[in-house]
Write a protein that binds this ligand. Structure first.
Ligand SMILES: Cc1cc2nc3c(=O)[nH]c(=O)nc-3n(C[C@H](O)[C@H](O)[C@H](O)COP(=O)(O)OP(=O)(O)OC[C@H]3O[C@@H](n4cnc5c(N)ncnc54)[C@H](O)[C@@H]3O)c2cc1C
Ligand code: SF4
Ligand code: SF4
Ligand code: SF4
Length: 392
Protein backbone atom coordinates (compact mmCIF):
# COMPACT_ATOMS: atom_id res chain seq x y z
CA UNK A 1 0.00 0.00 0.00
CA UNK A 2 1.23 3.53 -0.84
CA UNK A 3 0.40 6.11 1.83
CA UNK A 4 0.47 8.92 -0.75
CA UNK A 5 1.54 9.56 -4.33
CA UNK A 6 5.29 8.80 -4.29
CA UNK A 7 6.15 12.02 -6.14
CA UNK A 8 4.50 14.07 -3.36
CA UNK A 9 6.05 12.29 -0.35
CA UNK A 10 8.34 14.64 1.62
CA UNK A 11 9.53 12.01 4.15
CA UNK A 12 8.04 14.21 6.88
CA UNK A 13 7.59 11.21 9.23
CA UNK A 14 3.96 12.08 10.09
CA UNK A 15 2.80 8.59 9.11
CA UNK A 16 5.66 7.04 11.08
CA UNK A 17 4.65 8.95 14.23
CA UNK A 18 0.89 8.44 13.91
CA UNK A 19 0.89 4.68 13.23
CA UNK A 20 -0.54 2.91 16.32
CA UNK A 21 1.28 -0.33 15.48
CA UNK A 22 4.74 1.15 14.77
CA UNK A 23 4.75 -0.74 11.51
CA UNK A 24 6.15 2.02 9.26
CA UNK A 25 9.85 2.27 8.51
CA UNK A 26 11.86 4.07 5.80
CA UNK A 27 13.78 2.42 2.97
CA UNK A 28 15.78 3.82 0.05
CA UNK A 29 14.51 3.31 -3.49
CA UNK A 30 16.79 2.67 -6.49
CA UNK A 31 17.74 6.39 -6.57
CA UNK A 32 18.85 6.38 -2.93
CA UNK A 33 15.75 8.35 -1.81
CA UNK A 34 13.89 7.17 1.28
CA UNK A 35 10.18 6.41 1.39
CA UNK A 36 7.90 4.91 4.03
CA UNK A 37 7.34 1.15 3.88
CA UNK A 38 4.57 -0.65 5.78
CA UNK A 39 5.10 -4.01 7.45
CA UNK A 40 1.92 -5.79 6.28
CA UNK A 41 2.22 -8.44 8.97
CA UNK A 42 1.67 -5.80 11.69
CA UNK A 43 -0.64 -3.34 9.90
CA UNK A 44 -4.27 -3.33 11.10
CA UNK A 45 -5.46 -1.25 8.11
CA UNK A 46 -6.75 1.59 10.29
CA UNK A 47 -5.88 4.04 7.48
CA UNK A 48 -4.63 6.66 9.96
CA UNK A 49 -1.39 7.12 8.01
CA UNK A 50 -3.25 7.89 4.78
CA UNK A 51 -5.75 10.20 6.49
CA UNK A 52 -3.04 12.18 8.33
CA UNK A 53 -0.47 12.49 5.52
CA UNK A 54 -0.02 16.18 4.55
CA UNK A 55 0.35 15.18 0.89
CA UNK A 56 -3.25 13.88 0.90
CA UNK A 57 -4.72 16.96 2.58
CA UNK A 58 -5.12 20.71 2.14
CA UNK A 59 -2.65 22.52 4.37
CA UNK A 60 -3.50 25.51 6.53
CA UNK A 61 -1.58 28.57 5.33
CA UNK A 62 -1.12 31.98 7.00
CA UNK A 63 -0.55 35.25 5.18
CA UNK A 64 2.63 36.99 6.45
CA UNK A 65 1.75 40.13 8.44
CA UNK A 66 5.16 41.78 8.90
CA UNK A 67 8.71 41.42 7.63
CA UNK A 68 11.97 42.34 9.37
CA UNK A 69 15.62 42.55 8.37
CA UNK A 70 17.37 41.24 11.43
CA UNK A 71 20.53 39.79 12.94
CA UNK A 72 21.75 38.67 16.34
CA UNK A 73 23.59 41.34 18.32
CA UNK A 74 25.88 38.61 19.64
CA UNK A 75 29.04 38.43 17.45
CA UNK A 76 29.71 34.79 18.28
CA UNK A 77 26.13 33.85 17.37
CA UNK A 78 26.50 35.43 13.96
CA UNK A 79 29.90 33.88 13.33
CA UNK A 80 28.60 30.37 14.00
CA UNK A 81 25.29 30.72 12.13
CA UNK A 82 24.60 30.55 8.41
CA UNK A 83 22.48 33.63 8.12
CA UNK A 84 22.02 36.39 10.74
CA UNK A 85 21.82 34.02 13.73
CA UNK A 86 18.10 34.55 14.33
CA UNK A 87 17.40 30.84 15.01
CA UNK A 88 19.89 30.86 17.85
CA UNK A 89 18.27 33.92 19.48
CA UNK A 90 14.82 32.31 19.28
CA UNK A 91 16.12 29.06 20.82
CA UNK A 92 17.83 30.94 23.65
CA UNK A 93 14.67 32.89 24.44
CA UNK A 94 12.50 29.75 24.78
CA UNK A 95 15.14 27.79 26.73
CA UNK A 96 15.71 30.68 29.15
CA UNK A 97 12.02 30.47 30.13
CA UNK A 98 12.27 26.72 30.85
CA UNK A 99 10.93 25.74 27.45
CA UNK A 100 11.92 22.89 25.15
CA UNK A 101 13.36 23.33 21.66
CA UNK A 102 13.79 21.10 18.62
CA UNK A 103 16.23 21.41 15.75
CA UNK A 104 18.55 19.30 13.63
CA UNK A 105 21.93 18.05 14.65
CA UNK A 106 24.60 16.29 12.60
CA UNK A 107 26.50 13.55 14.40
CA UNK A 108 30.18 12.66 13.84
CA UNK A 109 29.17 10.07 11.22
CA UNK A 110 27.30 12.75 9.24
CA UNK A 111 23.79 11.49 10.04
CA UNK A 112 21.29 14.35 10.32
CA UNK A 113 18.50 13.91 12.87
CA UNK A 114 16.11 16.11 14.81
CA UNK A 115 16.99 16.40 18.49
CA UNK A 116 15.30 17.81 21.59
CA UNK A 117 17.13 20.29 23.85
CA UNK A 118 16.39 21.84 27.22
CA UNK A 119 19.78 23.39 28.08
CA UNK A 120 21.60 26.37 26.56
CA UNK A 121 24.79 24.31 26.37
CA UNK A 122 23.16 21.98 23.83
CA UNK A 123 22.13 24.71 21.40
CA UNK A 124 25.45 24.87 19.56
CA UNK A 125 24.64 21.59 17.80
CA UNK A 126 21.66 23.11 15.97
CA UNK A 127 23.75 25.90 14.46
CA UNK A 128 24.28 26.26 10.75
CA UNK A 129 22.26 25.16 7.71
CA UNK A 130 22.90 21.60 6.70
CA UNK A 131 22.07 21.33 3.01
CA UNK A 132 20.63 17.81 3.16
CA UNK A 133 17.44 16.12 4.38
CA UNK A 134 17.09 15.61 8.15
CA UNK A 135 15.18 12.71 9.76
CA UNK A 136 12.39 13.59 12.18
CA UNK A 137 12.22 10.03 13.55
CA UNK A 138 9.91 9.91 16.62
CA UNK A 139 10.24 13.60 17.57
CA UNK A 140 6.60 14.52 16.85
CA UNK A 141 5.58 12.17 19.67
CA UNK A 142 8.03 13.90 22.03
CA UNK A 143 6.72 17.34 21.00
CA UNK A 144 3.18 16.21 21.85
CA UNK A 145 4.28 14.93 25.28
CA UNK A 146 6.03 18.25 25.98
CA UNK A 147 2.96 20.23 24.92
CA UNK A 148 0.63 18.10 27.01
CA UNK A 149 3.00 18.66 29.95
CA UNK A 150 2.45 22.41 29.49
CA UNK A 151 5.99 23.12 28.31
CA UNK A 152 6.57 25.95 25.85
CA UNK A 153 7.94 24.30 22.71
CA UNK A 154 9.83 25.83 19.78
CA UNK A 155 10.18 23.63 16.68
CA UNK A 156 12.31 24.87 13.75
CA UNK A 157 12.44 22.91 10.49
CA UNK A 158 11.62 22.94 6.80
CA UNK A 159 8.00 23.84 5.93
CA UNK A 160 7.13 20.21 5.11
CA UNK A 161 8.37 19.14 8.55
CA UNK A 162 6.37 21.90 10.28
CA UNK A 163 3.24 20.94 8.34
CA UNK A 164 3.83 17.27 9.20
CA UNK A 165 3.99 18.17 12.89
CA UNK A 166 0.74 20.13 12.64
CA UNK A 167 -1.09 17.27 10.93
CA UNK A 168 0.24 14.88 13.54
CA UNK A 169 -0.93 17.10 16.45
CA UNK A 170 -4.36 17.67 14.82
CA UNK A 171 -5.12 20.67 17.05
CA UNK A 172 -3.67 24.09 17.89
CA UNK A 173 -1.56 24.39 21.05
CA UNK A 174 -1.05 27.88 22.49
CA UNK A 175 2.33 26.74 23.92
CA UNK A 176 3.73 25.63 20.52
CA UNK A 177 5.86 28.02 18.42
CA UNK A 178 6.71 26.88 14.91
CA UNK A 179 9.38 28.44 12.69
CA UNK A 180 9.99 27.29 9.12
CA UNK A 181 13.13 27.85 7.05
CA UNK A 182 12.74 29.16 3.54
CA UNK A 183 13.67 26.04 1.62
CA UNK A 184 14.56 25.36 -1.99
CA UNK A 185 14.94 21.60 -1.61
CA UNK A 186 16.81 18.87 0.22
CA UNK A 187 19.06 16.14 -1.20
CA UNK A 188 18.99 12.64 0.37
CA UNK A 189 21.55 12.09 3.12
CA UNK A 190 23.09 9.13 1.24
CA UNK A 191 24.39 11.48 -1.49
CA UNK A 192 26.25 13.66 1.02
CA UNK A 193 27.67 10.65 2.86
CA UNK A 194 28.94 9.06 -0.36
CA UNK A 195 30.61 12.33 -1.34
CA UNK A 196 32.29 12.72 2.07
CA UNK A 197 33.43 9.08 1.94
CA UNK A 198 35.18 9.76 -1.39
CA UNK A 199 37.02 12.77 0.05
CA UNK A 200 38.01 10.86 3.21
CA UNK A 201 39.51 8.04 1.13
CA UNK A 202 41.29 10.34 -1.33
CA UNK A 203 42.76 12.68 1.28
CA UNK A 204 43.21 10.13 4.05
CA UNK A 205 41.54 12.41 6.63
CA UNK A 206 39.25 11.70 9.54
CA UNK A 207 36.69 14.55 9.82
CA UNK A 208 33.71 14.68 12.17
CA UNK A 209 32.13 18.01 11.22
CA UNK A 210 30.96 19.73 8.06
CA UNK A 211 30.30 23.37 7.12
CA UNK A 212 28.60 24.58 3.96
CA UNK A 213 29.40 28.28 4.25
CA UNK A 214 32.31 30.41 5.41
CA UNK A 215 32.38 34.22 5.61
CA UNK A 216 28.99 34.35 3.93
CA UNK A 217 30.31 32.32 0.92
CA UNK A 218 29.30 28.79 -0.05
CA UNK A 219 32.04 26.22 0.58
CA UNK A 220 32.46 22.51 1.35
CA UNK A 221 34.52 22.28 4.53
CA UNK A 222 35.40 19.21 6.59
CA UNK A 223 36.91 19.67 10.06
CA UNK A 224 37.92 17.72 13.10
CA UNK A 225 35.80 18.65 16.16
CA UNK A 226 36.18 22.42 15.98
CA UNK A 227 36.13 24.65 12.94
CA UNK A 228 39.69 25.77 13.82
CA UNK A 229 40.88 22.34 12.75
CA UNK A 230 40.11 22.40 9.01
CA UNK A 231 41.03 19.20 7.13
CA UNK A 232 39.48 19.94 3.74
CA UNK A 233 38.26 23.08 1.96
CA UNK A 234 36.74 23.56 -1.47
CA UNK A 235 35.11 26.77 -2.63
CA UNK A 236 31.40 26.40 -3.41
CA UNK A 237 32.16 27.57 -6.97
CA UNK A 238 34.13 24.39 -7.71
CA UNK A 239 32.38 21.85 -5.52
CA UNK A 240 30.09 19.21 -7.04
CA UNK A 241 27.86 18.88 -3.98
CA UNK A 242 27.35 22.64 -3.51
CA UNK A 243 26.84 23.23 -7.24
CA UNK A 244 24.33 20.35 -7.49
CA UNK A 245 22.50 21.68 -4.43
CA UNK A 246 22.36 25.30 -5.63
CA UNK A 247 21.39 24.30 -9.18
CA UNK A 248 18.60 21.89 -8.13
CA UNK A 249 20.16 18.75 -9.63
CA UNK A 250 19.39 16.17 -6.96
CA UNK A 251 16.55 17.06 -4.57
CA UNK A 252 13.70 14.75 -3.62
CA UNK A 253 11.08 14.59 -6.36
CA UNK A 254 8.50 16.42 -4.16
CA UNK A 255 10.71 19.54 -3.88
CA UNK A 256 10.13 20.39 -7.56
CA UNK A 257 6.39 20.78 -6.95
CA UNK A 258 6.62 21.89 -3.31
CA UNK A 259 3.30 23.23 -2.07
CA UNK A 260 5.13 25.28 0.58
CA UNK A 261 7.14 27.36 -1.93
CA UNK A 262 4.65 30.20 -1.76
CA UNK A 263 4.05 33.54 -0.07
CA UNK A 264 1.57 31.88 2.31
CA UNK A 265 3.23 30.05 5.21
CA UNK A 266 2.40 27.10 7.50
CA UNK A 267 4.30 28.34 10.58
CA UNK A 268 4.18 31.19 13.11
CA UNK A 269 7.39 32.67 11.66
CA UNK A 270 9.42 32.08 8.49
CA UNK A 271 13.16 32.69 8.52
CA UNK A 272 15.73 32.80 5.73
CA UNK A 273 18.28 35.05 4.06
CA UNK A 274 16.97 38.54 3.21
CA UNK A 275 17.98 38.34 -0.48
CA UNK A 276 15.80 41.19 -1.77
CA UNK A 277 16.79 43.71 0.90
CA UNK A 278 16.93 47.22 -0.57
CA UNK A 279 14.84 46.30 -3.66
CA UNK A 280 11.90 48.51 -2.70
CA UNK A 281 13.52 51.10 -0.45
CA UNK A 282 17.17 51.69 0.50
CA UNK A 283 18.62 49.83 3.45
CA UNK A 284 21.03 52.34 4.91
CA UNK A 285 23.05 50.41 7.42
CA UNK A 286 26.85 49.96 7.34
CA UNK A 287 26.60 46.31 8.52
CA UNK A 288 28.21 43.89 6.00
CA UNK A 289 27.42 40.44 7.47
CA UNK A 290 24.62 38.02 6.54
CA UNK A 291 21.13 39.39 7.17
CA UNK A 292 18.20 37.24 8.22
CA UNK A 293 14.65 37.72 7.08
CA UNK A 294 11.92 37.20 9.68
CA UNK A 295 8.45 36.91 8.21
CA UNK A 296 5.87 37.07 10.97
CA UNK A 297 2.84 34.98 10.04
CA UNK A 298 0.77 34.84 13.25
CA UNK A 299 0.35 36.78 16.48
CA UNK A 300 2.31 34.02 18.26
CA UNK A 301 5.20 34.61 15.85
CA UNK A 302 5.04 38.35 16.57
CA UNK A 303 5.00 37.70 20.32
CA UNK A 304 8.08 35.45 20.11
CA UNK A 305 10.03 37.94 18.00
CA UNK A 306 9.03 40.82 20.29
CA UNK A 307 10.38 38.91 23.32
CA UNK A 308 13.79 38.75 21.55
CA UNK A 309 13.93 42.43 20.61
CA UNK A 310 16.82 43.28 22.96
CA UNK A 311 18.99 40.53 21.44
CA UNK A 312 18.43 41.52 17.82
CA UNK A 313 18.99 44.32 15.38
CA UNK A 314 15.57 44.66 13.73
CA UNK A 315 14.27 46.92 10.99
CA UNK A 316 10.74 46.53 9.72
CA UNK A 317 10.56 46.17 5.93
CA UNK A 318 7.66 45.63 3.56
CA UNK A 319 6.36 42.08 3.16
CA UNK A 320 6.34 42.67 -0.61
CA UNK A 321 10.08 43.39 -0.65
CA UNK A 322 10.81 40.19 1.29
CA UNK A 323 8.65 38.06 -0.99
CA UNK A 324 9.79 39.56 -4.29
CA UNK A 325 13.46 39.03 -3.49
CA UNK A 326 13.26 35.37 -2.51
CA UNK A 327 12.37 32.92 -5.29
CA UNK A 328 11.36 30.19 -2.83
CA UNK A 329 8.60 32.43 -1.47
CA UNK A 330 7.10 32.46 -4.96
CA UNK A 331 7.56 29.11 -6.70
CA UNK A 332 9.31 25.75 -6.29
CA UNK A 333 12.80 25.09 -7.66
CA UNK A 334 13.05 24.15 -11.33
CA UNK A 335 14.66 20.83 -12.13
CA UNK A 336 18.21 21.08 -13.50
CA UNK A 337 18.28 20.16 -17.18
CA UNK A 338 20.32 17.05 -16.34
CA UNK A 339 17.97 15.85 -13.59
CA UNK A 340 16.84 12.73 -15.51
CA UNK A 341 20.40 12.00 -16.67
CA UNK A 342 21.61 12.29 -13.06
CA UNK A 343 19.07 9.71 -11.88
CA UNK A 344 20.01 7.24 -14.61
CA UNK A 345 23.73 7.70 -13.96
CA UNK A 346 23.19 7.41 -10.19
CA UNK A 347 21.73 3.93 -10.69
CA UNK A 348 24.74 2.92 -12.81
CA UNK A 349 27.70 4.64 -11.12
CA UNK A 350 26.57 6.09 -7.78
CA UNK A 351 26.43 9.70 -6.62
CA UNK A 352 29.98 11.00 -7.13
CA UNK A 353 30.36 10.10 -10.80
CA UNK A 354 26.75 11.00 -11.65
CA UNK A 355 27.06 14.47 -10.08
CA UNK A 356 30.43 15.13 -11.68
CA UNK A 357 29.23 14.16 -15.17
CA UNK A 358 26.01 16.21 -14.91
CA UNK A 359 27.67 19.41 -13.68
CA UNK A 360 30.52 19.88 -16.19
CA UNK A 361 29.20 23.28 -17.31
CA UNK A 362 28.68 24.68 -13.77
CA UNK A 363 32.09 23.40 -12.63
CA UNK A 364 33.90 24.86 -15.65
CA UNK A 365 32.32 28.29 -15.05
CA UNK A 366 32.82 27.93 -11.28
CA UNK A 367 36.56 27.20 -11.57
CA UNK A 368 36.95 30.23 -13.86
CA UNK A 369 35.16 32.52 -11.38
CA UNK A 370 37.16 31.13 -8.46
CA UNK A 371 40.48 31.69 -10.27
CA UNK A 372 39.48 35.33 -10.92
CA UNK A 373 38.61 35.79 -7.23
CA UNK A 374 41.99 34.34 -6.17
CA UNK A 375 43.87 36.63 -8.59
CA UNK A 376 41.93 39.66 -7.32
CA UNK A 377 42.71 38.69 -3.70
CA UNK A 378 46.42 38.26 -4.54
CA UNK A 379 46.56 41.66 -6.27
CA UNK A 380 44.82 43.28 -3.29
CA UNK A 381 47.34 41.70 -0.89
CA UNK A 382 50.28 42.79 -3.07
CA UNK A 383 48.89 46.34 -3.25
CA UNK A 384 48.55 46.32 0.55
CA UNK A 385 52.19 45.22 1.02
CA UNK A 386 53.38 47.83 -1.50
CA UNK A 387 51.42 50.69 0.16
CA UNK A 388 52.70 49.62 3.61
CA UNK A 389 56.30 49.55 2.32
CA UNK A 390 55.90 52.94 0.63
CA UNK A 391 54.40 54.45 3.83
CA UNK A 392 57.15 52.93 6.06
C1 LIG B 1 18.04 22.75 3.12
C2 LIG B 1 17.94 24.22 3.33
C3 LIG B 1 17.62 25.06 2.25
C4 LIG B 1 17.52 26.44 2.44
N1 LIG B 1 17.18 27.24 1.37
C5 LIG B 1 17.05 28.58 1.56
C6 LIG B 1 16.66 29.44 0.49
O1 LIG B 1 16.45 28.99 -0.64
N2 LIG B 1 16.48 30.78 0.73
C7 LIG B 1 16.69 31.31 1.97
O2 LIG B 1 16.50 32.51 2.14
N3 LIG B 1 17.07 30.53 3.01
C8 LIG B 1 17.25 29.18 2.84
N4 LIG B 1 17.60 28.38 3.90
C9 LIG B 1 17.68 28.99 5.25
C10 LIG B 1 18.98 29.65 5.59
O3 LIG B 1 20.08 28.96 5.02
C11 LIG B 1 19.21 29.65 7.12
O4 LIG B 1 19.11 28.32 7.61
C12 LIG B 1 18.16 30.43 7.87
O5 LIG B 1 18.18 31.76 7.42
C13 LIG B 1 18.46 30.41 9.38
O6 LIG B 1 19.67 30.98 9.61
P1 LIG B 1 20.15 31.43 11.06
O7 LIG B 1 21.40 32.20 10.90
O8 LIG B 1 19.03 32.08 11.79
O9 LIG B 1 20.39 30.08 11.84
P2 LIG B 1 21.39 28.89 11.54
O10 LIG B 1 22.14 28.65 12.78
O11 LIG B 1 22.16 29.07 10.33
O12 LIG B 1 20.35 27.72 11.26
C14 LIG B 1 20.04 26.80 12.21
C15 LIG B 1 18.59 26.35 12.13
O13 LIG B 1 18.35 25.65 10.92
C16 LIG B 1 17.93 24.31 11.22
N5 LIG B 1 18.41 23.44 10.15
C17 LIG B 1 19.66 23.38 9.64
N6 LIG B 1 19.72 22.48 8.66
C18 LIG B 1 18.49 21.93 8.54
C19 LIG B 1 17.93 20.93 7.72
N7 LIG B 1 18.65 20.31 6.79
N8 LIG B 1 16.62 20.61 7.88
C20 LIG B 1 15.87 21.22 8.83
N9 LIG B 1 16.34 22.20 9.64
C21 LIG B 1 17.64 22.54 9.50
C22 LIG B 1 18.57 24.04 12.59
O14 LIG B 1 17.91 23.01 13.28
C23 LIG B 1 18.37 25.37 13.27
O15 LIG B 1 17.05 25.52 13.69
C24 LIG B 1 17.75 27.00 3.72
C25 LIG B 1 18.09 26.16 4.80
C26 LIG B 1 18.19 24.79 4.61
C27 LIG B 1 18.55 23.91 5.80
S1 SF4 C 1 3.12 11.34 5.97
FE1 SF4 C 1 4.97 12.28 5.14
S2 SF4 C 1 6.42 10.57 5.04
FE2 SF4 C 1 4.42 9.67 5.29
S3 SF4 C 1 3.76 9.27 3.20
FE3 SF4 C 1 2.94 11.25 3.76
S4 SF4 C 1 4.47 12.72 3.02
FE4 SF4 C 1 5.44 10.68 3.04
S1 SF4 D 1 -2.97 1.58 8.18
FE1 SF4 D 1 -2.78 1.99 10.38
S2 SF4 D 1 -1.59 0.30 11.16
FE2 SF4 D 1 -1.37 0.25 8.96
S3 SF4 D 1 0.49 1.39 8.58
FE3 SF4 D 1 -1.18 2.85 8.43
S4 SF4 D 1 -1.37 3.71 10.46
FE4 SF4 D 1 -0.13 1.87 10.65
S1 SF4 E 1 11.43 22.11 -0.97
FE1 SF4 E 1 9.46 21.74 0.02
S2 SF4 E 1 9.20 19.52 0.03
FE2 SF4 E 1 11.36 19.92 -0.38
S3 SF4 E 1 12.32 19.84 1.63
FE3 SF4 E 1 11.83 21.99 1.23
S4 SF4 E 1 9.79 22.29 2.14
FE4 SF4 E 1 10.13 20.09 1.99
Amino acid sequence: MNICDKSKCTACYTCYNICPKNCISFENDEYGIKFPVIDDTKCIECNLCVKTCPANNESNFNKPKNAYATWSLDNEDRKTSTSGGLASVLYNEVISKNGVVYGVCMDENFNLNFERATHKNDLYKFKGSKYVQASVNDKFKLVKDDLENNKNVLFIGTPCQIDGLKFYLKKEYSNLYTVDLICHGTPPIGYLKEYIEKIINEKNINPSKILFREDNEYAFILCKDSTQNKLYYKSGFCDEYIQGFLNSLFYRECCYSCKYATNQRVSDMTIGDFWGLGLKEPFNHPYTGAISLALVNTSKGQELLYKCKDKLFMEERSVEEAIEGNAQLNYPSNRHKNYDAFREKYKQYGFVKAANQCLTEELRIGYKKYRKILIRKKLRNMAGIFIKKYRD
